[in-house]
Design a binder for this molecule. Structure first.
Ligand code: KG4
Ligand code: ZN
Length: 369
């Protein structure tokens, strides 16, 4: 049973065809990075307009490369939240149009649920097949990963640790999130301050690999041992103050050292809290998700920490970490399998449907579990 997934919540226009086992028949992503790069960040109005230009192209390509007709679909899944309003509306309206014209069931998907389930995708291309940092190949991972697990979801818009008991929204519990910036946002802002391009994550990752982190030790944020919340704005400000006082690094070596110092502090925080959460929740598996999960130091350090604790680490391939529609199609396929359908009048929302316990700016809400 094939599901068409559509994603347009931020700066990627994407469509994919996936079956209910997670097998990816096609996965097309049209990135807007070049469009937003001159502005050093995403310009929402430009994002919406470019989604309008690209959405039918990516859908057609996804259908063609999966070699399926709309009649062969069991339904349509589309990201309805969280994201930029105008951007979300483009994908949602096109998805509704297809569902209406083809009389197909439609399900709205929460983008964060998509990220958390991306680890179950099975890709044909071995270059993009799942590689568990301390486990085997893609098939083995899919077989071995069972609920419940603890997942670190770190992207440009969100950073949180979840206990995932199942694929449904009410089976996913936030254990702690960032009080301010998302981890990817911190990477992007630091890259901007030190004069690298956009998006900064991959650039910092590459430079940091050649740097000496001890030359710019940056104090850890939220060091309180029991907290599973994150804070990255202090780390970002530390780098900004350093640049304000000493200027941008002028040599490649100094640039690399600054990137390495920043990255080590962020990765330390992400890894130590995720592993602590896994221990506290008595799970045996840890999953990395979201764009920042592409970070090589994060993958390496998480593998070491999990191996030391006897935890199995499951890391999706890069193509499943960054925004894509395959994860949306899969999350939607599971909803369709459970017999769920949404009415064509469903709305978009800028916030996730997952209950949150961490307040922006600090302090906990009453836990919802
Ligand atoms: O999940 P994603 O594609 O989009 C959102 O939903 O936000 O994540 C994008 C974020 C960006 O902030 C980008 O800089 C970051 O992921 N990122 C990385 C790396 N690759 C992408 N951060 C650190 N290291 C990387 N290698
Ligand atoms: Zn995302």
């Amino acid at each position: 049973m094939l599901t068409l997934g559509i994603e347009s919540s931020c700066d990627e226009t994407a469509a994919a065809v996936v079956d209910e086992t997670g097998f990816v028949h096609s996965d097309v992503v049209r990135s807007q990075v070049a469009l937003h790069a001159p502005y050093g960040g995403i310009v929402p109005e430009l994002a919406s307009r470019d989604h309008v230009r690209g959405i039918t192209l990516v859908i057609r390509e996804a259908m063609t490369s999966a070699a399926v007709d709309f009649d062969a679909l069991q339904g349509v899944a589309v990201t309805a939240r969280p994201g930029l309003s105008g951007a979300l509306l483009v994908g949602v309206q096109v998805a509704k149009g297809i569902a209406w014209a083809r009389e197909l069931p439609i399900v709205a998907v929460d983008h964060l649920v998509g990220h958390l389930l991306a680890v179950f995708l099975r890709r044909r291309d071995p270059r993009t097949a799942s590689t568990g940092a301390n486990t085997g190949a893609s098939e083995a991972i899919t077989e071995r990963l069972v609920y419940p697990f603890v997942a670190l979801l770190a992207s440009g818009g969100h950073t949180a640790i979840y206990r995932v008991n199942g694929p449904q929204v009410d089976a996913i519990h936030e254990l702690g999130a960032t009080r301010d910036d998302a981890a990817g946002e911190a990477f992007d802002k630091v890259a901007k301050v030190i004069g690298l391009g956009y998006p900064g994550g991959p650039l910092v990752d590459r430079l940091a690999a050649q740097g000496n982190a001890d030359r710019f030790p940056i104090p850890p944020p939220m060091a309180r041992r029991d907290s599973l919340e994150f804070s990255f704005s202090g780390v970002k400000s530390f780098v900004a103050r350093h640049v304000a006082e000493h200027g941008k690094p002028t040599t490649d070596a100094a640039l690399a050292d600054l990137c390495a110092g920043f990255q080590r502090t962020v990765v330390d925080s992400l890894v130590s809290k995720t592993v602590r959460a896994a221990r506290a929740e008595h799970v045996t598996s840890v999953v990395l998700a979201g764009g920042v999960a592409a970070n090589r130091e994060l993958r390496r350090r998480a593998a070491e920490a999990c191996a030391a604790e006897g935890l199995a680490l499951h890391v999706p391939p890069m193509a499943s970490c960054t925004d894509n529609a395959a994860m949306i199609a899969y999350a939607g396929a599971l909803r369709l399998d459970r017999g769920e359908r949404d009415d064509l009048s469903f709305a978009t929302a800028t916030r996730t449907a997952l209950p949150r316990v961490t307040r922006k700016g600090g302090g906990r809400r009453a836990a919802s579990r």
